[in-house]
Design a protein around this ligand. Structure first.
Ligand code: PLP
Length: 388
């Protein structure tokens, strides 16, 4: 006789307002028929958390809804999600065309790790549509771009890239981490796959390490699930539980952070010692019109500024403004800063960094949703505009 389900007995007719945390790495089944039911007949249930678990499933459902897709897979980090995506879409002897403006670890994944598996990657300037087309003409399984690039916030002409890729039957995968689906839903525009580092603004509280891949084509889902389980890219339940809670306030947090970022960008460009401000919301940003066309009224929570005086000036700013912690990530509730030269792009050659415009004086800000006056006061200290 089957043991009654203790959870059902405990809860009776009530149901919890928030999803429970299922911190179990394995599930018990009544018999072999039940196992076959889950594994081959599509019945609901779970067996082993590396393959699937309820908190990842619930989070995936929510992200699928937000992305306007057909499915999502949750991985243990953003990099695990990019790895799963590449290993699903590209085979030995295959070829990726990737933007040359990508997060440094993604560059290493495509340029070094996948090269070991016989996958070639051509890094091209994706703002040069002719260069993209020239590379796609040589054959490629995947075009990979970041919606808003890390760190200089260049915004890709996604609609044009989708059109060109369709001509060459090449899948388009988008790392949407800097935008988040609250700003742009690439699947709705026709992208094949969208990836997010949930570690950032989607989780939103700097307490999880997770990534997601979402898509519209249901044929890709079982292939991706197999890659995640076999390569061991799975997520853990507590992180999924926290990320799901974070998602509840994504739009509120992002809208407030975008508004702060816009005001701060306008203020910063008038301050002495600030050589340049990079923000897609500023009319002088090279992709301002592209950003307006893709995002509408808001332009993201990420902002970069360049200090005169290079590394020494950045160190001085950090020491005078500890209220804006130097914390090499992004998407926290409050404002943090990072230094691309020594963190996200540490392993990119100095020549390539300079070529892209990443200097030692460049500071990358993840603007938060605290009061603007609080951020401004800390900036005045950092820029030595007010007494310490
Ligand atoms: N994509 C972008 C644009 C990132 O900035 C990062 C990390 O900073 C990643 C992907 C990787 O995400 P994770 O750190 O969750 O592996």
């Amino acid at each position: 006789m089957n043991k009654p389900n203790p959870l059902a007995e405990l809860l009776g007719a009530s149901s919890p307002m928030v999803p429970p945390l299922f911190q179990s790495s394995v599930y018990a089944l009544p018999d072999l028929d039940a196992l076959d039911g889950v594994l081959t007949d599509g019945q609901s249930g779970f067996i082993y958390a590396r393959d699937a678990h309820p908190n990842a499933r619930l989070l995936a459902q929510e992200i699928t809804r937000i992305q306007a897709g057909a499915w999502s897979v949750i991985c243990g980090s953003g990099m695990a999600a990019i790895s799963a995506l590449a290993l699903t879409c590209v085979e030995k002897g295959g070829r990726i065309v990737a933007s040359h403006r990508l997060y440094g670890r993604t560059v290493q994944l495509f340029g070094q790790q996948l090269a070991k598996l016989g996958v070639a990657c051509d890094f091209v300037d994706c703002h040069d549509l002719a260069a993209v087309e020239k590379s796609l003409r040589q054959g490629a399984q995947m075009l990979f771009v970041e919606t808003i690039s890390n760190p200089l916030l260049r915004v890709v002409r996604l609609r044009a890239l989708l059109e060109i890729s369709a001509r060459y039957q090449c899948k388009v995968a988008v790392d949407n981490t800097f935008a988040s689906p609250a700003l742009l839903k690439p699947l709705a525009l026709g992208a094949d796959l969208v990836m997010e580092s949930l570690t950032k603004i989607m989780g939103g509280h700097s307490d999880v390490t997770l990534g997601s891949v979402s898509g519209s084509d249901l044929e890709t889902l079982p292939k991706m699930n197999a890659v995640v389980s076999i390569w061991g890219f799975a997520s853990n339940p507590f992180d999924c539980w926290l990320a799901q809670r974070g998602l509840e306030t994504l739009t509120l947090r992002l809208n407030a952070a975008c508004d702060n970022a816009m005001s701060l960008a306008q203020w910063l460009k008038r301050q002495p010692g600030v050589r340049a401000v990079h923000y897609p919301g500023l009319p002088e940003h090279p992709d301002h019109d592209v950003a307006k066309n893709l995002f509408g009224e808001r332009f993201g929570h990420m902002l970069c500024f360049e200090l005169e005086g290079g590394r020494a000036a950045v160190n001085g700013f950090m020491r005078r403004a500890p209220g804006i912690p130097f914390s090499p990530s992004l998407g926290h509730t409050s404002t943090t800063l990072s230094h691309p030269w020594t963190t996200s792009h540490r392993y990119v050659s100095a020549e390539e960094k300079i070529e892209q415009g990443i200097t030692e004086g460049l500071v990358r800000l993840s603007v938060g949703c605290e009061g603007l006056a609080q951020i401004r006061a800390e900036f005045e200290r950092g820029l030595s505009l007010s007494p310490p």
